[in-house]
Structures are given as structure tokens and as C-alpha cells.
Design a binder for this molecule. Structure first.
Ligand SMILES: [Fe+2]
Ligand SMILES: [Fe+2]
Length: 322
């Protein structure tokens, strides 16, 4: 058995899975999310299996997060379930989008045919994701991509849908590429992640200009990036997105969670409001529930956004008990 698998017993893993799947029927969504993040951190194939069992749920928010986590774990044992979710045209587009993005994150060449197949999907977010994910698989398997990954220079540990561009460019040039709709999305994303890595208020303003784009996918990624940067300077732009009823659910969802992570005093009122508003779409209400939990975590000074006590894995804190 590989070393990491010995650190968590089957019984502990089962416990986490039953919280994630809400087997008791009374587990709050935010606790289920915390169990999910704990499973993701375990980084073994049993955790992949447990997470995969969650796709029978009816919350699109939960399911899209399952797909996201499977991509971030980067284990090929997740490829069949992710392909299955992308192929399921009855599934919520936000979940299918995340499955396609996860295939891009894992970047295995065998995923290329399925991504190719859905590059003309009727749903714009799904087809745009397939376009970017395909470019990512090609990039990651190129000599340039392999060299890039061996360096890992970003302070952000996520596997991004596209690598930050590496040309030595100033913010105005990056902003121009970010907003140039004649360019492939993969190139625009590269500018987006380069601006994220610069991280100054001017870079944040340039990113916020992307909220005028017509692509929901593009806008949701900007909100996600703001969550990663966790800079209060992005709060006004994010609040505008959250409060806009005509904005797509997936964009508002990502704005809500970014606000929960930034956790300044002024966001609390708005997250509480949209968590309760009867006219808010389910995804927005649920995102605000998660965001409020993230807010509490940020304010609590806890070490890790996950559930229960901690153990050590390779020097990193991993939570195993729920
Ligand atoms: Fe997404
Ligand atoms: Fe999301």
C-alpha cells in the first residue's frame, strides 16, 4: 500500500464519505463541503471513489465542486467519472463545465477525444471550457508545458485552466490581451493569470474590467481569481456581480465564494441577505451559505478550511476526523 494510504483508515474514510453524501440526511451543505475538502487533501484513489459517489446528489453547487476537486487531485482514476459527467447532457451545465475543466487540469492525452466532441456543445460555458481544456492538455504535454510545470513559480497552488503568460509584459498590455475578444480564450486566460500573479490594485482593476465580457465562463474565472487573491480591493466589483439579478448563476456563485474568502466586514450583510432571499437562484443561495462558512473560518484563525482534527502528511496538515 502506498505510504499516504496508510495514514487514513478505511473507517475514517467511510465516515468522511457519509458526511459528504449526507447519509444521515441532516448534514448541512457547508459541513459536506468541508468533508469534501478533507477528502481532496487525502490525495488517494479511495478518496477519488468517495467523491465520485457524490454525483448522484441534486445540488449542482455540490456536484460542480466535486468535479473541481477531482481535477485538482490530478489522479487519472477520476477520468472515467469526469468523462461520464461531461457526456451527460441532462446534467447541469455548471457541473459539466467543471468536469471538462477537471479533465484539462489532469491533462491526460486520452481526454482529448471527449473534449473535442463537446467543443460544439449547445451550452456556451461547456463548449468554451472544452476549448480551453483542450488547449491546456496540448500545452501540458508539450516541451514548453513540461518545462513550465517543473518550475512552479506561482504562489498559488491551484492547477489553473491556463498557465500565466510568461512574456515580460506590463499591466496595460496584459489588460489589452485579457479583453481582446478576437483572441482564443486560452490566451486571454494566460493574461488573466499573469495579472493575478502581479496582484497590485492596478492589476485588480484591469481584471475587474473583464466583468463586462459576454462570456459567463470568462467572468466566473475572474471572480474565482479574485477569491484566490483575497484582496479587499476587489470587493466592490465582486459585490456588484453578486447583486446583479441578470448575471449568470455561475458568475454570481463564484463572486459570493470569493467574498466569503476575502471576509471583510462589509461583505457579511450581503452574503446573509442573498443566502436568504427567496428570489435568489438556488446556486446563489447555497454559495452564500458556503461563503458564510468560509467567512467564519477566515475570522476564526483556523489553519485549514476542512473538517475535524488534523494529522500530518508529508509535512502538510491533513484533516481526517469529522
Ligand atoms: Fe468553474
Ligand atoms: Fe465554482
Amino acid at each position: 500500500m502506498p505510504v499516504e494510504q496508510q495514514l487514513v483508515s478505511d473507517a475514517e474514510l467511510e465516515k468522511l464519505e457519509s458526511v459528504l453524501l449526507n447519509k444521515a440526511g441532516d448534514v448541512s451543505l457547508h459541513r459536506r463541503f468541508r468533508a469534501l475538502f478533507t477528502l481532496r487533501n487525502l490525495d488517494d484513489d479511495r478518496a477519488v471513489k468517495a467523491i465520485s459517489n457524490g454525483f448522484a446528489d441534486e445540488s449542482a453547487l455540490l456536484k460542480h465542486e466535486l468535479a473541481y476537486c477531482l481535477g485538482q487531485m490530478k489522479r487519472t482514476s477520476a477520468l472515467p467519472i469526469l468523462e461520464h459527467v461531461l457526456r451527460d447532457t441532462h446534467e447541469d451545465p455548471m457541473v459539466r463545465h467543471e468536469a471538462a475543466e477537471a479533465l484539462g487540469a489532469i491533462a491526460h492525452p486520452t481526454s482529448m477525444p471527449v473534449l473535442q466532441q463537446y467543443i460544439s456543445d449547445p451550452d456556451r460555458a461547456v463548449r468554451e471550457t472544452c476549448e480551453i481544456a483542450l488547449a491546456k492538455v496540448v500545452f501540458d504535454n508539450s516541451p514548453e508545458g513540461k518545462e513550465f510545470r517543473s518550475r512552479e513559480r506561482s504562489e498559488f497552488t491551484s492547477i489553473d485552466p491556463a498557465p500565466p503568460s510568461e512574456e515580460k509584459e506590463e499591466i496595460p498590455a496584459l489588460r489589452a490581451r485579457l479583453l481582446d475578444i478576437s483572441l482564443p480564450l486560452f490566451q486571454r486566460y494566460r493574461a488573466m493569470f499573469a495579472l493575478r500573479d502581479i496582484g497590485t490594485p492596478t492589476a485588480i482593476d484591469a481584471l475587474a474590467d473583464g466583468f463586462t465580457d459576454s462570456s459567463d465562463l470568462f467572468k466566473h474565472e475572474i471572480a474565482f481569481v479574485f477569491g484566490q487573491m483575497s484582496d479587499p480591493h476587489s470587493v466592490p466589483a465582486l459585490l456588484k456581480v453578486l447583486q446583479k439579478p441578470t448575471e449568470a448563476d455561475m458568475v454570481r456563485h463564484e463572486a459570493a465564494e470569493a467574498l466569503g474568502g476575502i471576509a471583510t466586514d462589509d461583505v457579511l450583510l450581503h452574503l446573509r441577505e442573498w443566502n436568504k432571499r427567496p428570489d435568489a437562484p438556488r446556486v446563489v443561495r447555497e454559495s452564500c451559505e458556503i461563503a458564510l462558512d468560509m467567512y467564519e473560518y477566515e475570522r476564526s484563525g483556523d489553519l485549514e478550511y476542512a473538517d475535524g482534527g488534523e494529522t500530518e502528511k508529508g509535512g502538510e496538515a491533513v484533516t481526517v476526523v469529522v
